[in-house]
Design a protein. Structure first.
Length: 89
């Protein structure tokens, strides 16, 4: 189970500057699905993350995107909380 969580956290999830960014983008993803992921992708200059955020936003109306967005918000927060380093690593 721990291996699966570590694998999921490593998949295109950008590393944020600090825990505050992680919390902020997590909350943003809860209330505006995909927007937090999109902002993280823009900050990290990761096109794949920006596309994921866009798909989360576009599919939020069928609940799938909203759940996906919350999951990514949690991954952003978790990665920021673990102190992986600077943005984009």
């Amino acid at each position: 189970n721990q291996l699966r969580v570590k694998f999921c956290r490593s998949q295109s999830v950008p590393t944020l500057e600090n825990k505050s960014w992680g919390i902020g983008l997590f909350v943003l993803n809860i209330f505006l699905p995909g927007i937090g992921t999109l902002v993280a992708g823009i900050k990290a200059e990761k096109n794949t993350t920006m596309v994921i955020g866009l798909f989360q936003f576009l599919t939020a109306w069928i609940i799938l995107g909203w759940i996906w967005s919350i999951w990514w918000g949690w991954l952003l927060f978790s990665k920021a909380s673990e102190g992986y380093g600077s943005l984009g690593n």
